[in-house]
Design a protein around this ligand. Structure first.
Ligand code: UDP
Length: 236
């Protein structure tokens, strides 16, 4: 028996016969601006599942612990059950989005160093930005957990910068989430990494290959995600 555990904006999670394994189904829905803008794009779920699978394979191959087990159909994955740590970890290499707004910076300027930001994962509160003190004081994670999360986030950034660079793509910024394995409590990379949660620009033209094409009405979303998948598939 498979039961719906949770339905998010872009994915559904189902139980499996094994309590330590869940089935993720990628939906065709796209949302932006905290759910205020919505649309359905046939083919999106399939594309994000393929892109995310490719990315998690590369990360696992480089020793990053993740929840990913296997892609089992065009739109489904099996993943290890985790308790999600309610912190959205944003990693930035180039100025864009909320960073540009908050500090009055021009989009596209390369940062002098990588920035790692934490946001408290709460749709109700609009994901407020927090620092390590907040995270520890309100009991989201310990100092040791945060050190591990920062170190993993930085390693993921380096690996993905290389992967995308080989595909002629600039990794501007991205959001990742971590969870604690139900079995051991170990911290692993969880959720998804896809063009829904990354900013990816063509290195030469700065053409956007991510969800900003939907947020800003720039181009067709499935066509854009297909282009990204083809570029990633070209990397050996
Ligand atoms: N991001 C995300 N989910 C969120 C907020 C941000 O996946 O709830 C990603 C976003 O796609 C981008 C990066 O995190 O790649 C940084 O986003 P930013 O803070 O600039 O926010 P935005 O202005 O895009 O909402």
């Amino acid at each position: 028996m498979s039961q719906l555990l949770y339905e998010g904006k872009a994915k559904k999670m189902f139980t499996t016969d094994d309590p330590n394994v869940l089935r993720v189904v990628y939906k065709n829905d796209a949302t932006a601006f905290n759910g205020k803008k919505k649309a359905v794009f046939p083919g999106k779920g399939k594309l994000n599942n393929a892109i995310c699978t490719r990315i998690f394979h590369v990360l696992q191959g480089k020793g990053i612990p993740t929840h990913f087990i296997d892609k089992i159909s065009e739109t489904e994955q099996l993943v290890k059950a985790v308790d999600i740590i309610p912190i959205e970890v944003v990693v930035r290499n180039v100025v864009a989005g909320s960073l540009a707004k908050r500090f009055g910076l021009d989009e596209g300027v390369r940062l002098g160093r990588t920035i790692i930001e934490f946001y408290y994962k709460s749709d109700e509160l609009g994901d407020p930005m927090i620092n390590d003190d907040h995270a520890q004081a309100i009991g989201l994670a310990t100092e040791k957990d945060l050190a591990e999360i920062r170190s993993l986030a930085a390693r993921v950034n380096t690996i993905l910068q290389d992967l995308f660079s080989e595909a002629g793509i600039l990794l501007v910024d991205f959001k990742i989430e971590f969870g604690r394995l139900k079995t051991t409590g170990d911290i692993v990379l969880a959720d998804e990494i896809s063009p829904d949660s990354c900013r990816l620009w063509d290195r030469k033209t700065h053409e956007k290959l991510d969800k900003d094409v939907f947020r800003r009405n720039i181009a067709d979303l499935p066509e854009t995600y297909e282009k990204l998948l083809n570029r990633l598939e070209g990397v050996k």
